[in-house]
Design a protein. Structure first.
Length: 318
């Protein structure tokens, strides 16, 4: 995605760790992002519990039973205005991912570009704010996983963008998420996304839908997402199944005097956010990988679907 700022200003405004590949960044309509402590649904929290933040290996230090995470101030690091949501939080993840098998992770192809890139990355569960005011600076060392094998990847700038990673050991304490194994997606399907916008602690954002399902390899949606959301699982708000991988989108911030704020678009405006279709990924799954759609479908009531479509308050699952 092209940035509207001159290259020099962009380099000064965003830290080097944030400048990786295409970035899906913009707010459509109202800002629907929620921290984990704001989410009241146990089922939704269960989904979030099976997502990861991708950290540079050098940013994770194992000290006894804890893994210290190297984070940076979000607001000042991005030259944001103080009214920007989450200004006082910290940022550390460069991409997001989803657990889809006992030791199988799915993310964006531009997040992991080679076996060496994979081995240099740590996949961290639990980088989220579960209690207001408590910023995550470390997780249990057992929540940090390494890469054993980059199983496959694809990166087409105007098409599919995905990577499958075999972790260094089976994941404990987190359930694999369920994919829509049909690979089919229709316009107007209600959506939500879970990941690490701009590298922030885990955020859940709904109030979105499929705007255009016709492009080859991906569909367009109006998700509230940022650069660190690359690789995030995009979920069907009616079934709880993963429908795709967030990979590209609008520019993220615009200048407001001497500081920056999130770019805002109407729900039907701007270019939309690109989500890789699962149809591009499914043929590459290892045999027996990822639970079948019928194994762990979260049944969502019509009332809940409505809440996820607005997500102006914390969702409540029946």
């Amino acid at each position: 995605m092209k940035k509207t700022l001159p290259l020099l200003l962009a380099l000064l405004a965003a830290p080097l760790w944030a400048q990786q590949g295409p970035e899906p960044d913009v707010i459509y309509g109202s800002d629907d992002r929620l921290d984990l402590y704001q989410v009241q649904s146990n089922k939704l929290l269960e989904l979030a519990d099976s997502t990861v933040g991708l950290f540079e290996g050098s940013d994770v230090a194992i000290e006894g039973g804890r893994a210290k995470l190297s984070t940076r101030p979000y607001g000042t690091g991005y030259s944001l205005c103080k009214e920007e949501p989450f200004y006082d939080q910290v940022s550390g993840a460069f991409c997001s991912g989803s657990l889809i098998g006992p030791d199988l992770l799915m993310t964006a192809g531009h997040c992991i570009t080679s076996q060496a890139s994979c081995e240099g990355t740590k996949f961290v569960f639990g980088f989220g704010i579960k209690k207001q005011g408590e910023l995550p600076t470390s997780v249990a060392s057992s929540e940090v996983y390494g890469c054993k094998t980059l199983i496959g990847r694809e990166q087409v700038n105007s098409g599919a963008d995905w990577a499958l990673i075999k972790l260094d050991r089976p994941v404990s304490g987190h359930k694999p998420l369920t994919l829509n194994r049909t690979g089919a997606i229709a316009d107007k399907t209600p959506l939500f996304v879970i990941g690490h916008p701009a590298g922030l602690p885990t955020k859940v954002a709904g109030g979105a839908w499929v705007r255009d399902s016709s492009p080859s390899g991906y569909f367009k949606a109006n998700l509230d997402t940022y650069g660190g959301n690359s690789g995030s699982g995009v979920f069907n708000a009616k079934t709880g199944l993963i429908e795709g991988i967030l990979v590209r989108g609008e520019v993220d911030y615009v200048w407001k005097g001497s500081c920056r704020v999130s770019k805002e678009c109407t729900d039907d405006g701007c270019r939309g956010e690109d989500v890789t279709k699962l149809a591009s990924v499914l043929p590459h799954l290892p045999s027996g990988a990822a639970p079948a759609s019928t194994a762990r479908v979260i049944k969502i009531s019509e009332g809940l679907a409505g809440l996820l479509q607005t997500l102006s308050t914390a969702p409540v699952f029946e």
